[in-house]
Design a protein around this ligand. Structure first.
Ligand SMILES: CC(C)(COP(=O)(O)OP(=O)(O)OC[C@H]1O[C@@H](n2cnc3c(N)ncnc32)[C@H](O)[C@@H]1OP(=O)(O)O)[C@@H](O)C(=O)NCCC(=O)NCCS
Length: 154
């Protein structure tokens, strides 16, 4: 592949389900069923998609109530485009979008679940790894329905 320069990367605010799952596949994340992926993308509060020659090479999105709680998710840069500060630009754009609506005297909560050993990447933007102070650790679980029809959590 020809060398990549940051100036060649453009940013849009949309992505198709196929492109979304292609990005997920590139970083070995589970794929999301088409109908669920469409709902997830449609209900995003804000999304930014990095493109090289029109093709998505990275994305990040916010899920939010639009008032107080903002959750950053699906932060992905395709492996062959990592290290070109695309991830930094994606997070910067999301945070700018949130900050522009925070008025004098207001405070909102922005959170995310860092992937394993990604804490230092997010720490650069001011995120604190939990637990800290009176904040406990973040918690999450998978909820899956398996082939016999039962729900399993993991
Ligand atoms: C994490 C990720 C989004 C970073 O994207 P990127 O475009 O490669 O990151 P950048 O080029 O903007 O890196 C910015 C800085 O963070 C550092 N950094 C990048 N990835 C890092 C990591 N995994 N851990 C710690 N620091 C990291 C870089 O060294 C760089 O430092 P520099 O400015 O001194 O050169 C990307 O590696 C990725 O998609 N990984 C797989 C999916 C994933 O884990 N997503 C995060 C889910 S929470």
């Amino acid at each position: 592949m020809e060398p990549i320069s940051e100036e060649q990367i453009s940013y849009t605010e949309h992505i198709t389900v196929e492109q979304y799952n292609e990005l997920r596949r590139s970083v070995k994340w589970i794929l999301v069923k088409e109908s669920r992926a469409q709902k997830a993308l449609d209900n995003s509060f804000y999304m930014t998609v990095a493109r090289w020659k029109g093709e998505p090479v990275g994305m990040a999105r916010i899920v939010s109530d639009g008032g107080y709680t903002y959750f950053i998710t699906d932060v992905i840069v395709r492996p062959d485009f990592q290290g070109y500060h695309i991830g930094t630009e994606l997070i910067r754009r999301l945070l700018d979008y949130i900050k522009k609506d925070v008025m004098d005297g207001e405070t909102v909560m922005v959170s995310l679940m860092a992937a394993y050993e990604r804490e230092s990447f997010y720490g650069r933007f001011g995120f604190h790894p939990r637990p800290f102070g009176n904040h406990g650790p973040g918690m999450s679980m998978w909820v899956s329905r398996i082939s016999d029809g039962s729900i399993v959590t993991s």
